[in-house]
Write a protein that binds this ligand. Sequence first.
Ligand code: KIV
Ligand code: ZN
Length: 529
Amino acid sequence: MPEKAFIFDTTLRDGEQSPGCSMNLEEKLAMARQLDRLGVDILEAGFPIASEGDSEAVKAIAAEIRRPIVAALARANQLDIDRAWAAVKEAERPRIHTFLATSDIHLQYKLHKTREEILKQISWAVGYARSFCDNVEFSPEDAGRTDRSYLIECCHAAVEAGATVLNLPDTVGYCMEPEYEQMFADVKARVPGMDGVMLSTHTHDDLGMAVANTLAGIRGGARQVECTINGIGERAGNAALEEIVMAIYVRRDVLPVFTEIHTEELFASSQLLTRVTGVAVQRNKAIVGRNAFAHEAGIHQDGVLKKAINYEIMTPQTVGMPASEIVLGKHSGRHALSKRYEELGYQLTKPELERAYELFTRLGDQKKNVYDEDLIGIVNEGFEHLPEMFTLKLFQTVSSSAGRSTATVELEKDGEVFHDSATAEGPCDAAFCAIDRIVGVPGTIADFSVHTVGPGTDGVAEVSIRARFQGREFTGRSTSHNVVEAAARAYLQAANKATYELKRAAESAAATGSVHSNEMVDRFFPGGY
Ligand code: KIV
Ligand code: ZN
């Protein structure tokens, strides 16, 4: 029967210690709310002795976040423990987390204390913390490099003094999995009075082993795991929460635990942390990186399109990511290409697909990714040289911040001038509606982007539009000093391409006698064909 692994998040404490990741009170509160939504069991809110700001942040989190246990860190001395308690005492379920180094290296070069002195200090500090709070965690810092028999003595001292959680940190990310697992098994078997005391992992990623070691600790008997969102933390970081949680979820067949994390909040948590700290995760970061569910190799794309399980061990939706992304590049195959064309509204025949594929691979050699605009450009190659069916003669818009906008458009086709007006929320929308009324085939905008060319407010606006007409997408691009005019011209270009292409489709349907009923047929062959 699997047991629950309690998730102890230390993004706001160990994570915040990482360069570039410090957060102010508002940012910490926003993160704490998200961690609550994520369902973490314990939230380490900070190290109150470190600064007034940290202390205030822990107080604010303790006062607001009610469901999880809220922990505050303290060294094993009176002032730290007093500060930690003062900051966390308003929490619904407060915890004091106190720590003291136990490895000979730290004793000799950092603390300049004997093993006996450390043992006494552990007993005193845990006892003192227990005088305030019945939930006390003790961490023998650098446990991973501590002599095993001495570690057992330290843990015993902490348990005797009332520690309810024993956390065994691999502070410097030095341990190998079997060593880390064995440490838990030893402490569990050799420390008297362990009933009711929870063992906890805390791993750093200096050798890239943090998550693997956390899972090893679980196998050794730990039921609390300390980790951070995106794996931020001292030096190479802490074990990444999202990786641990998903490893436990995906490999529940071999791991003896489950978590109560709402996995669909993982991506949002990662994104919020990125926004708050400005520190982005690498593209290929497991679970939450931009490429975590993106497939580019042709064989992989083909496999995923046939059945996602071929190359995906979890769905992007499980971690709250919108959808798998098929990134079209030079490694993509025909299957992915034709699927994307279908999504863009193009049912390509075999020869059409062959020709598009050839142009696409040529383009893929020149640029890294091939975008929808490029694909549409490939199938509509030659459109740029077509005479415009409708040309823009005049356009006028009236808009105000208080209400709707009106656009009047004058178009010319074969020497005949048409004009019409429309009203909509914004001036661009109004111009598009007026164009639709004249051209007779309404379009919807799939993508609209503006960028300015040249400096200052007198720069030229370049508008690119992708619009869908009768289920197929067409692009248009135009530049002008007037953004609305550039938008209207770009839209008209797309509408012209659509009109041409749909007319051609209607004509070929008429020539082959195939039954083809759509608005374009009615428009170009009003009497039927
Ligand atoms: O890495 C470490 O040892 C720590 C302790 C304070 C738990 O962060
Ligand atoms: Zn740490």
